[in-house]
Design a protein. Structure first.
Length: 739
């Protein structure tokens, strides 16, 4: 056992505490410091016997969380005190009532909110993470600072995950990318969002992460030189105009480089805007906009801008409160460079999000975009009809949606997510107006209710007292507010029909020798690809599900192996073998085994990512289709691993008899003479590869092809791709996920 130097450790704790007071973003009064000191003493005392997995004293974790809360989020003494004590109630005998006596109701309320989040009961029949997330958001009704401290807690946990087993790292990282990073984004905490995304990538795709990190290091000198070249040119003109400013180079985050590589199917070297330039200027509020456009004028005097990539969030700030001018210009060596222009106030809001926005808003009568968003969120949370996973998916869609700005008939500006329809607009004015909408006019012209709106549109809503929503309205809207309101109205009408439907279903299943139970209802909901049990009972009630369909379900149910799978998983899902995901160095992996005991179970290869032998994979237990195997970098992996961790089984390929698998390749290049012949020759000459189908086309000198090949594993496929790339004229060869 490692000898611990207590004296040395105590000095380190004292040093961290002093650092915490020094870096606080807000000015701390003597009273504030007293509050923080008291919270620190309580936390040190409470955690004195605890150590983290890494071996260090546990108290370093709450101090680190408090430092993030103080410097990166910018909360005051109450928030810092709550951060220091965020694990005290959960880990020790101290109660919320004790904290209220020692401190004040506000500190106690924050600590209670943080404890509530940690103590969600584990229920394997629902998505643990989605339910956890919904409960976490409910604390917004108390105080948004609970969520901000939780984000800081998650960030520090992500920064100190090295000593955890791999399966836990993947689960926590997936959950972070799925839930916490989008939430940080929506609260305007861009620094924290970037760190969470980069760390999430580090553990979900370590090879890719390390590859990008090493390439960034290799090109750093060249990039610094490039930024300096542009800065020197701009400095001269900015100085002449007497602008007070700072120019910073800002490299693109590792996660956003990876996202761009994936979205555009390009390599690291082909991602051009890997960095940006930020100009932060001093200004009084009266001149802010004027100076921003003055800087725009100076930048575009020297470098040609891309008109389609100008983003003016100064005239119309994002609903998070973010303000800036983003200009994309053609820099030296023919590279696109993004130049961000912000005042010091805007920069502070961009870096600190909610807290800085709140600071500048004091005394203002108008509701901030964030307050509006929080109110909408509370409204969504109150709608208990929604299943937790649907809620999270819906919530995330609205988190990441880009904004458009539209006008009411009186000229008031409204912000809506991109993709919103004229019916969404009606619900954004008031739910009563939405429910009574008979028609909508956009720019004076009568349009269908599902017309997608564009920035600058002016919308008029025509209402009628006799109008009522129909189920087709759910297809006409995209915002969660509108969907929830429509569902609520429809539910009132459907509940009666659903009650009759449930009785009818019980009788029909009895004839098929099936007893209606919660499990059977869940299986039926999935079988008919519905969302809730209410949908199922309603459809039975109105007769849209026929007797023959129920007979087909009964036949399928009797054949299922789900009970077998469930028994296997209960026995194996907790006994994680850290080596199970490591690929075996062999050219013949063609048999999948599952769990630490390497059981051979029936499975299907998922069509969303088409795994082939040799790919790094995991198993996912579905409700109706047994085990489905996904690649670890499948587009759905993050969502599955975060939401349904209890249904994930470890999987790996081993040697067995040879099987064959289909892979689809996209090939692009320059249409040179004889390219088609050369391509088919190269594929045919590769041992153990058969061509199933080939389609090639040329257009104005550009060659596009899709080839479907049958291979035994991914080593053979990789060799084939390398050989195709060597053909003269071929530019890119990529494997397609979908069939």
């Amino acid at each position: 056992m490692v000898e611990i130097d207590i004296e040395k450790e105590n000095k380190a704790i004292a040093k961290e505490y002093k650092e915490l007071l020094r870096i606080s973003y807000q000015t701390l009064s003597a009273e504030d410091k007293k509050l923080i000191r008291k919270a620190f003493d309580v936390a040190v005392d409470a955690h004195q016997e605890q150590r983290r997995k890494s071996g260090e004293a546990y108290i370093f974790h709450p101090i680190a969380v408090a430092k993030i809360v103080a410097s990166e989020i910018g909360l005051g003494a109450t928030g810092i005190a709550a951060a220091l004590m965020h694990d005290v109630v959960e880990d020790t005998d101290i109660t919320v009532a004790d904290i209220e006596k020692m401190f004040n109701p506000k500190v106690a309320q924050l600590v209670e909110g943080l404890t509530k989040i940690s103590q969600v009961q584990k229920d394997l029949n629902v998505s643990m993470q989605a339910e956890n997330f919904r409960k976490m958001l409910l604390t917004l009704n108390d105080d948004v600072r609970v969520i901000l401290i939780k984000l800081a807690d998650r960030l520090h946990n992500m920064q100190t995950m090295d000593s955890m087993p791999e399966h836990k790292q993947i689960k926590i990282a997936s959950e972070t990318l799925y839930i916490y990073a989008p939430l940080a984004h929506r609260l305007g905490l861009y620094n924290i969002k970037t760190k969470l995304e980069d760390l999430g990538l580090k553990y979900t795709e370590p090879k890719i992460y390390n590859d990008i990190v090493s390439k960034i290091k290799e090109t750093k000198e060249e990039q610094d030189e490039y930024i300096k070249t542009i800065s020197d040119v701009l400095k001269k003109s900015l100085d002449e105009e007497n602008v007070e400013y700072v120019i910073k180079g800002r490299p693109k985050s590792i996660y956003s480089i990876r996202r761009k590589m994936k979205a555009q199917n390009v390599s690291f070297d082909e991602v051009y805007d890997k960095f940006a330039l930020r100009i932060v200027y001093k200004s009084i509020s009266h001149d802010e906009k004027f100076i921003a456009w003055k800087i725009y004028s100076i930048v575009t005097d020297h470098y040609r801008p891309s008109p389609s990539r100008l983003r003016d969030w100064i005239s119309s700030p994002k609903s998070t409160g973010y303000e800036a001018l983003h200009i994309t210009v053609m820099g030296p060596k023919g590279r696109w460079v993004e130049v961000q222009v912000r005042s010091e106030r805007m920069d502070e809001i961009a870096e600190k999000g909610y807290a800085a926005h709140y600071k500048y808003k004091q005394g203002a009568t108008e509701e901030s975009g964030l307050d509006v968003w929080l109110n909408l969120l509370k409204e969504a949370l109150e709608n208990s009809e929604t299943n937790a996973v649907d809620f999270v998916e819906d919530f995330k869609m609205n988190l990441y949606a880009k904004e458009i700005f539209v006008f009411t008939p009186k000229g008031e500006i409204k912000s809506l997510p991109k993709g919103a329809t004229s019916l969404d607009f009606a619900f954004s004015i008031h739910s009563e107006i939405g429910i009574r909408t008979r028609g909508t006019r956009v720019n004076g012209r009568l349009v269908p209710l599902n017309t997608e709106l564009k920035s600058g549109d002016q919308i008029e809503v025509i209402t009628s007292q006799n109008q009522k929503p129909t189920s087709s309205w759910l297809d006409y809207v995209t915002t969660s507010r509108a969907k929830n309101k429509i569902r609520n109205v429809l539910n009132e009408d459907t509940k009666k029909m659903a009650e009759d439907g449930k009785e009818l279903l019980t009788r029909k299943l009895k004839q098929l020798k099936i007893t209606l139970s919660e499990q059977v209802v869940n299986e039926l909901v999935n079988y008919f690809k519905l969302k809730t049990s209410l949908d199922l009972f309603y459809r039975i009630g109105i007769g849209s599900i026929e007797n023959q369909q129920l007979k087909d379900f009964a036949a399928q149910k009797s054949n299922t192996l789900m009970n077998f799978f469930k028994n296997k998983i209960k026995r194996t899902h907790n006994t994680a073998d850290p080596d199970i995901h490591k690929p075996i160095i062999s050219s013949n992996y063609d048999m999948l085994v599952f769990g630490a005991d390497q059981d051979r179970l029936d499975y299907k290869l998922s069509t969303c990512c088409n795994p082939i032998p040799g790919d790094e994979v995991f198993g996912f237990v579905t409700i109706n289709e047994g085990i489905k195997v996904h690649k670890k970098d499948c587009p759905n992996a993050i969502s599955l691993q975060s939401n349904y961790a209890y249904r994930i089984i470890l999987a790996r390929w081993i040697d067995s008899t040879q099987q064959e698998f289909k892979a689809i390749l996209n090939i692009t290049g320059m249409d040179t003479l004889g390219l088609t012949n050369e391509l088919t020759k190269v594929i045919s000459n590769n041992m153990h590869v058969n061509i199933q189908s080939i389609s090639l086309s040329g257009d104005a000198g550009i060659f596009n092809g899709q080839v479907t090949v049958i291979v035994q594993n991914n080593i053979i496929l990789k060799k084939l791709i390398e050989n195709i790339k060597k053909i003269d004229g071929v530019d890119k060869v990529t494997r397609v996920n979908k069939n």
